[in-house]
Design a protein around this ligand. Structure first.
Ligand SMILES: NC(=O)c1ccc[n+]([C@@H]2O[C@H](COP(=O)([O-])OP(=O)(O)OC[C@H]3O[C@@H](n4cnc5c(N)ncnc54)[C@H](OP(=O)(O)O)[C@@H]3O)[C@@H](O)[C@H]2O)c1
Length: 204
């Protein structure tokens, strides 16, 4: 398949890129500040321009999206707006603008995080937009049935991220194990699925 990968330069995106290549897919890699192709998820026009450059693809995977952490009484309008515009509407618009450009029968795979369903202290904005994306994907999968599949990977803590923060990598999931969820959803037949990816995928 010919796959557009947004967030290809990140910890998760890098691993997804490698896994897709191992599976024989052709990947168009897009970053934000790095990479041959760049896109700003928070800017709908930038997403449209990206699709103009890529033309038709068979699948889109997004391993990007920023949202603000912080205690509720310290989060301001800017923090909520950034989280909504970037992580949530960025991924929603990646689907909306891809309709008619992504080949029919193709798929969109988005990214949330375990905090979407299991909030912790200081995650109200992050959890809010993650839950929004998951609800969007389930609804979009119904509307787009017969045309496109829409799924979500909800990663647990990534081991490499924990290491970068000076923590023990465990409990975490290594990015190469997490990447298998994206490959599974892009290659598979399911739609409207939110894959909770906090441990390696067990293939049946
Ligand atoms: N790492 C974790 O433990 C973890 C756990 C759960 C969920 N997640 C979610 O998974 C996603 C990826 O995480 P990660 O750890 O791989 O992040 P990362 O290493 O920081 O990489 C982020 C990627 O997103 C791109 N990006 C940044 N701002 C963007 C924008 N405005 N428009 C388009 N692309 C943008 C970056 O591009 P440049 O490099 O070019 O700037 C990079 O490719 C995030 O949504 C994160 O919340 C991560």
């Amino acid at each position: 398949m010919h796959i557009l990968l947004v967030g290809a330069t990140g910890i998760i995106g890098n691993a997804v890129h490698e896994a897709l290549l191992e599976h024989g897919h052709r990947v168009i890699a897009a970053g934000h500040t790095h990479g041959k192709l760049t896109v700003d998820l928070s800017n709908p026009r930038s997403i449209e321009e990206l699709y103009t450059l890529t033309g038709s693809v068979d699948a889109v995977i997004c391993a990007a999206g920023r949202a603000r952490f912080g205690p509720l009484d310290e989060l301001g309008d800017d923090d909520f707006n950034l989280s909504i515009r970037n992580k949530m509407m960025g991924q929603v618009n990646l689907v909306r603008s891809g309709l008619g450009i992504v080949a029919e029968g193709g798929s969109f795979t988005l990214t949330t995080g375990g905090l979407s369903q299991n909030p912790e202290a200081g995650t109200s904005a992050v959890s809010m937009v993650g839950a929004g994306i998951e609800a969007f994907a389930r609804g979009a999968a119904i509307d787009l049935k017969q045309r496109y599949r829409v799924n979500v990977v909800s990663p647990g803590w990534v081991a490499e991220t924990r290491q970068q923060m000076g923590l023990d990598p465990m409990p975490g999931i290594w990015a190469k194990d997490l990447a298998k969820y994206y490959v599974y959803l892009a290659e598979g037949t399911v739609t409207g699925e939110v894959a909770n990816a906090d441990e390696p995928l067990v293939s049946s």
